[in-house]
Design a protein around this ligand. Structure first.
Ligand code: ADP
Ligand code: MG
Length: 447
C-alpha cells in the first residue's frame, strides 16, 4: 500500500480531505456514513447506507473520491458502491430487475437506460403532446413521424422520453437495432474514426440501425465535420425509412451555428416541445418516484417540494434523494419540518440572488460538463473555454471581486480572472457563437 498506510488509514485521510473540500454539513450527511470495505486491484468498494447516496454523489461530486484517493495513492482508483445489507427487499428486487434488463440490452449492443420507460413517465398538460408522438413512434418506427424532434429546457424529461421510445421499440419490435447516442459521444466517435481512419466502420455502424436516437443535438453546433457526418447519416437512414429521434435544449431555429440544410432536415417530421410541468404534474411525478423508491412522504411535503422547485424535474428528484437519505440516517419520518430544514439551501422563499454556484451550474449544463469541473485545474480546450465564460458571466452578474471569483473557481488568482474576462470580451466582438452563448446562458441564469 502506498506510503505504507493501511486501507483504513488511506480512507480516513481521504475523508478528512473530502471534509475540507465540501464543508462540514455536506460531509456529515453524505460522506461520513460511508465505509471503505475493500481496496484492491485499483478498485475501492465503498459501503453506503442506501442507493440515494450513490445517486447524490454521482450527481454532485462524481469525481471527488477518486481524485482524492488518487492524490494519496498515486494511481487511478475505480470507485464501486455497495449498498449496506439492510435495504428493503422490494427495492433490491427492482434494482436487480433493472440490472438484468440493462445487461440483456447491452449484450445486444443497445445502450438504453432501462429505467426510462413510458411506464415511469408521468403525463400532464406540459408534455402530453410529446408523449403522444413518442408513443406512436414506439409503435410504428420509421413511419409515424420522421424525424421526431423533441426540445425543451434542462431536466424536463427529454433523455427520459427518448430512451422510452427506444425501450418501446425494443419491446414491441424484437430484432430491430436501436441505437441511442448523445450528440457529444457521436462527435467523439466521428473524431476517433477520422483519426484512426475508421470512417468505413463508423458509417457501417450508423447506417445500419433501425432507429437512431440522438440526445442533445445542440452539442454539434459549430462542429462542421460532425454536422457533415450527421447529415449523411441522417439522409441514409431517412431514405430507408429508418426512425430518427432527436432531442435538443432549444428548437431547430434557436440552434445557432448549424448548417441550414441540417436545420431543414430537423424540421421535416414533427417538432414537439416539452414545457415546464404544472404543480399538479410535479406532485404526480413526486408521488410516482416516492412509490418506486418505497418512500413515505405526506401530501404537504409533496406539495411543498412541487411549489418550491420551479421547473427542473431532476431537482425535484434531488430533493427526494436528500430527504430519503436524511430520513434513513436519522430514522425520523419525512415531514414538513424535516423538508423545510433539509431543503432550505436548495429552495428558498425569496428570490434567489445570482451566485457563483448558479452560474457554474448553468455554464456546466450548457457545455454538458459537471459544474465541479470548472473548479479543477483541467486545461482541455472545452473546460478552459467554459471556465472563462463562467468567470466572465460571474464578473458581469455578481458583485464579487476578481480575487473572490478566482477563489470560487478552485483557487485561481485574480490575474487569471482578468485574463479570462478579457479573452471573452474580445471573442464576443469577433465570434457570433461566443456572443450567442454568453447571452443564452446569462438569460437562463437571470430567469
Ligand atoms: P433532460 O434530458 O430534459 O434534461 P431528463 O430526461 O434527464 O431531462 O429528466 C430528468 C429527470 O427527471 C430524470 O430522472 C427523469 O426520469 C425525470 N423526469 C422528467 N420528466 C418526467 C416525467 N414526466 N415523469 C417522470 N419522471 C420524469
Ligand atoms: Mg438529457
Amino acid at each position: 500500500m502506498a506510503a505504507g498506510l493501511s486501507a483504513e488509514e488511506i480512507w480516513q485521510k481521504s475523508l478528512s480531505k473530502i471534509a475540507e473540500k465540501v464543508g462540514e454539513s455536506t460531509f456529515d450527511l453524505w460522506f461520513k456514513p460511508m465505509k471503505l470495505t475493500q481496496l484492491k486491484d485499483k478498485a475501492a468498494t465503498l459501503e453506503i447506507p442506501n442507493r440515494f447516496f450513490r445517486d447524490w454523489i454521482e450527481d454532485y461530486y462524481p469525481t471527488i473520491i477518486s481524485e482524492i484517493m488518487e492524490g494519496l495513492l498515486g494511481y487511478t482508483v475505480n470507485i464501486k458502491y455497495k449498498i449496506a445489507e439492510k435495504e428493503d427487499a422490494a427495492l433490491k428486487k427492482l434494482d436487480s430487475k433493472l440490472e438484468t434488463r440493462r445487461t440483456k440490452l447491452a449484450s445486444r449492443g443497445i445502450y438504453l437506460n432501462p429505467k426510462y420507460t413510458f411506464n415511469t413517465f408521468v403525463v400532464g398538460p406540459s408534455n402530453q403532446f410529446v408523449h403522444a408522438a413518442a408513443i406512436r413512434v414506439g409503435e410504428n418506427p420509421g413511419f409515424a413521424y420522421n424525424p421526431l424532434f423533441i426540445y425543451g429546457g434542462v431536466g424536463l424529461g427529454k433523455t427520459h422520453i427518448i430512451n422510452a421510445i427506444g425501450n418501446a421499440i425494443v419491446d414491441q419490435h424484437p430484432g430491430r437495432i436501436v441505437h441511442y447516442v448523445s450528440a457529444e459521444q457521436f462527435t467523439n466517435e466521428v473524431i476517433a474514426a477520422i483519426r484512426h481512419e475508421k470512417m468505413g466502420e463508423f458509417k457501417e455502424k450508423y447506417r445500419n440501425v433501425d432507429a437512431l436516437l440522438v440526445d442533445d443535438i445542440q452539442f454539434i453546433a459549430g462542429k462542421t465535420t460532425t454536422q457533415e457526418e450527421f447529415f449523411h447519416t441522417f439522409n441514409s437512414l431517412y431514405e430507408k425509412q429508418r426512425q430518427i429521434v432527436i432531442s435538443s435544449d432549444r428548437s431547430p431555429l434557436e440552434i445557432a451555428d448549424i448548417t441550414d440544410r441540417l436545420r431543414s432536415r430537423f424540421s421535416m417530421g414533427l417538432i414537439a416541445d416539452i414545457q415546464p410541468p404544472e404543480v399538479e404534474t410535479k406532485v404526480a411525478i413526486i408521488r410516482k418516484k416516492v412509490d418506486m423508491e418505497k418512500m413515505v412522504i405526506s401530501d404537504d411535503v409533496a406539495y411543498f417540494i412541487a411549489t418550491k422547485v420551479k421547473s427542473n424535474i431532476r431537482e425535484l428528484e434531488g430533493c427526494l434523494i436528500k430527504l430519503g437519505a436524511h430520513a434513513s440516517i436519522t430514522g425520523m419520518p419525512i415531514d414538513i419540518n424535516m423538508a423545510r430544514n433539509v431543503l432550505k439551501d436548495l429552495i428558498s422563499d425569496e428570490e434567489k440572488p445570482i451566485t457563483v454556484d448558479i452560474i457554474q451550474k448553468a455554464v456546466g449544463e450548457y457545455f454538458g460538463m459537471k459544474a465541479q469541473e470548472l473548479k479543477t485545474k483541467k486545461r482541455t480546450k472545452e473546460v478552459a473555454n467554459a471556465r472563462q465564460i463562467a468567470m466572465y458571466i460571474t464578473k458581469q452578474l455578481t458583485q464579487l471581486s476578481l480575487s473572490e471569483i478566482g477563489r470560487s473557481f478552485g483557487g485561481k488568482d485574480h490575474a487569471t480572472v482578468i485574463y479570462a474576462c478579457k479573452q471573452i470580451e474580445d471573442k464576443r466582438g469577433r465570434d457570433e457563437t461566443i456572443k450567442k452563448t454568453v447571452e443564452y446562458i446569462s438569460k437562463k441564469i437571470k430567469s
